[in-house]
Ligand binder design. Structure first.
Ligand code: AMP
Length: 119
């Protein structure tokens, strides 16, 4: 896949190594970092290396990439010891969805029980 990046995108800069972050996974397509303000005992952000603004920009052409992202999330959940009891994977879209960083990312959260529906 052709990679793209946005100069002033926080996560593009972290992925490029220009800004520090606690990376827990990195490969040619997917990067995962620990959330700087965790909302659960385990809170990891899994994201594509290439810049995609949000889930609203996904198309069928991203199918393989999404499979890679969810595969990494499942592997990390097992590695972090949260897989057995269950966990949540969430992506926020836009202001009312709670999105604060405009680079597609999936919150992998576990280590406690979550309510439904979320607030
Ligand atoms: P969202 O609000 O869904 O766009 O998620 C963005 C997440 O990025 C939030 O949970 C923030 O705590 C997290 N975040 C912001 N800046 C950083 C950073 N420098 N390193 C790691 N996580 C960050």
């Amino acid at each position: 896949m052709t990679e793209s990046r946005i100069a002033d995108c926080l996560f593009c800069r972290i992925i490029a190594g220009e800004l520090a972050a606690s990376k827990v996974h990195e490969d040619d397509a997917v990067v995962a970092i620990r959330d700087i303000a965790p909302r659960a005992p385990t809170h990891i952000l899994v994201m594509p290396r290439t810049h995609i603004a949000s889930a609203a920009d996904l198309t069928p052409a991203h199918g393989e990439l999404l499979g890679r992202i969810f595969g990494v999330a499942a592997d990390l959940a097992r590695e972090q010891g949260i897989a057995k009891r269950g966990y949540r994977i969430t992506t926020n879209v836009g202001a009312w969805g709670g999105q604060s960083v405009d680079h597609l990312h999936f919150h992998l959260m576990g280590g406690r029980a979550f309510e439904w529906p979320p607030g």
